[in-house]
Write a protein that binds this ligand. Structure first.
Ligand SMILES: C[S@@+](CC[C@H](N)C(=O)[O-])C[C@H]1O[C@@H](n2cnc3c(N)ncnc32)[C@H](O)[C@@H]1O
Length: 255
């Protein structure tokens, strides 16, 4: 039985979120941390939290969540979603740029920081990660999700865009030029080094969407439970982890 299997069996206070190939592995890791903290109501910061896909279930589990996001539209949707879920009092929406995070969050105030699908779009990831680390209390944890470079190279090549795949593979940042929607992509070592440089200790790295983006829709939509199970089985294992569309890093500020 893997660690993720064990976590799935102890769902604790967080019984709500539906598990999809995009979220199952991340929720498993987060649930382990929430279970570790027992009945404590945590202070959570979700940077680039968007419409609240993680923030609202965390608030429903009793935690206080501040979402910092650049998009007023996303924050408006977050606020509506939190109200509909009955947790408006536990969700705070702050409009702001991740690149200016240090000025927006109180140092040492968060038990858990989320930064999902943001470090690939900000101007400079190093100061953002430094601000994430500074926002954490000693012993607090960071959940960081970044775009994977290997999956992007394979995906472009399999769609016939060999020139783009070659550019992505050769570019130091893992981007495909000015028309790319992302500024950079990561491999596990590079992402871990980024977090370590900010003083965070990386405890776990998982692949998210190892298979989901590669399968025909008929397979992915037709066997959703089997796909989630297979994603969870492959998430921590070489070579599958490193081929995932996204890499999830769980790190901690030393106590
Ligand atoms: C791909 S979405 C991810 C949303 C959410 N974290 C998730 O994983 O479902 C990226 C989010 O980051 C926000 N964002 C993009 N650039 C940002 C920046 N420089 N500072 C803060 N938020 C940013 C966007 O508005 C969007 O809500």
């Amino acid at each position: 039985m893997t660690r993720l299997d064990r976590v799935e069996q102890t769902r604790g206070r967080l019984a709500g979120p539906s598990l999809t190939p995009r979220t199952a592995v991340i929720w498993s890791v987060l649930r382990a941390e929430l279970d570790r903290r027992g009945d404590t109501d945590l202070t959570v910061l979700d940077v680039g939290g968007g419409t609240g896909g993680f923030a609202v279930p965390l608030a429903q589990a009793g935690h206080r969540v501040t979402v910092v996001d650049a998009s007023p539209d996303a924050l408006a949707a977050l606020t509506r979603r939190a109200a509909e879920a009955g947790v408006a009092d536990r969700v705070r929406a702050v409009q702001g740029d991740g690149d200016a995070l240090a000025a927006l969050v109180e140092p040492g105030s968060a038990d858990l920081v989320l930064c999902h699908a943001v470090l690939e779009v900000v101007d400079d990831p190093a100061p953002v990660v430094a601000a994430l680390a500074a926002a954490l209390r000693p012993g607090g944890a960071a959940s960081v999700l970044v775009a994977g470079r290997a999956a992007a190279v394979l995906g472009r090549a399999m769609n016939g865009h060999l020139d783009v795949a070659a550019t992505l593979a050769a570019d130091p940042a893992g981007a495909a030029g000015p028309r790319d929607t992302l500024r950079r992509r990561y491999d596990a070592e590079g992402a871990a080094a980024l977090l370590a440089a900010a003083g965070l200790v990386v405890e776990e790295i998982h692949g998210v969407r190892v298979l989901a983006d590669l399968l025909p829709a008929a397979v992915a939509d037709g066997q959703p439970a089997a796909l989630v199970e297979l994603e969870r089985a492959l998430a921590a294992r070489a070579p599958w982890r490193d081929l995932a569309a996204q890499l999830h890093l769980f790190a901690r500020r030393p106590a």
